[in-house]
Design a protein around this ligand. Structure first.
Ligand code: NAD
Length: 303
């Protein structure tokens, strides 16, 4: 299987640097026409210019590829709609959207301003929703679309000082879960990458030897797979340093309590059984989990 993107149009947000830049270069190298979105801000999300996006466009053009620059702030829906209109004017379609743009405003929750919490949600969660919303009808009409969200271990598992970022990143998994169900009948497949990469986001967190092992281009092949014709849907793909793993939410088997035994003490007494991960499984949608609870409860009532 040779994964190519000839004739396809890909928008990559935050593609002026780091992971997004590598994704964009790789899409272009495999034939896609690429929209390089970046508002060129600092790691904390202030300032902004189109210089970073333009530099990546030049790099792609110099290598014989096709790309245009866009300076939208993904937190602003109007600017994102304009970006998609610019893409349609230039290329006539949008096949792929990689929601990658991101910022950090790390602080312990005790010290974090509400404004810093909201700004991080606005860029990661609302920004990814804006992009997805702006391309949704186009992809539905085309009956083809591939969208990638960018989550983080900080959201999947927690990380001190990143309440805003973790909440936004886990929110993206929830967004993927629902968009998968709503998009799949029109061949819109939604997946999520959970990258680990040496970029300005991680530059101070890891020793040089570790940073050298986790260059962002070692994540990018996973993103291209998630955007390919044969892409899966509703997958969270963890990726770093050339290693890949699938992540999912799992839940233990329901433990039932009859009405006469249902007390907080009884739950405490059986909590080891309730949280016995050897019984865990993943659900494909909310209805499966809800149905299992109703069946468990009805089954117990019927005896
Ligand atoms: P980076 O800072 O190198 O790149 C992010 C890019 O997004 C920058 O070029 C920035 O200008 C752009 N950007 C930020 N806010 C924007 C906005 N509102 N509109 C448009 N562009 C905007 O960081 P990176 O490490 O390459 O991060 C890329 C994505 O990967 C982010 O979503 C980040 O949260 C996620 N991520 C990275 C790591 C990692 O290890 N580097 C881990 C987990 C998740």
């Amino acid at each position: 299987m040779n994964i190519r993107f000839d004739g396809k149009v890909a928008i990559v947000t935050g593609a002026g640097a780091g992971l997004g830049r590598q994704h964009a270069l790789a899409f272009a190298a495999r034939g896609a026409k690429v929209v390089i979105n970046d508002f060129g801000g600092s790691r904390e999300g202030s300032g902004g210019s189109s210089a970073a996006a333009l530099a990546v466009v030049e790099e792609i053009r110099a290598a014989g590829g096709t790309a245009i620059a866009n300076g939208a702030n993904v937190a602003d829906f109007g600017q994102v709609q304009d970006m998609v209109a610019q893409t349609m004017d230039a290329f006539g379609r949008v096949d792929i959207l990689v929601n990658n743009a991101g910022i950090l405003r790390d602080k312990s929750f005790a010290k974090m301003d509400v404004a810093d919490f909201r700004t991080v949600l606005d860029v990661h969660l609302m920004g990814s929703m804006h992009g997805s919303k702006a391309v949704w009808d186009i992809m539905r009409e085309q009956k083809y679309g591939r969208i990638v969200m960018t989550t983080s271990a900080a959201g999947l598992y927690g990380n001190f000082g990143q309440a805003n970022y973790g909440a936004a990143k886990m929110g993206l998994v929830g967004l993927m879960n629902v968009l998968h169900q709503e998009g799949i009948k029109n061949n819109i497949r939604i997946n999520t990458i959970a990258p680990i990469a040496a970029t300005r986001m991680t530059a101070e967190l890891l020793p040089p030897e570790a940073l050298a092992a986790i260059q962002p281009e070692r994540v990018t092949p996973g993103v291209l797979f998630l955007c390919s014709e044969a892409a899966p849907s509703r997958v969270v793909l963890s990726a770093g340093g050339g290693a890949f793993a699938a992540a999912t939410m799992v839940e233990t088997a329901p433990c039932h309590f009859s009405a006469d035994t249902l007390t907080p003490e009884a739950i405490a007494n059986r909590f080891a059984e309730i949280s016995d991960w050897s019984t865990a499984s993943a659900y494909g949608e909310a209805g499966q989990e809800v149905g299992r609870f109703i069946e468990t409860s009805l089954g117990a009532l019927r005896g």
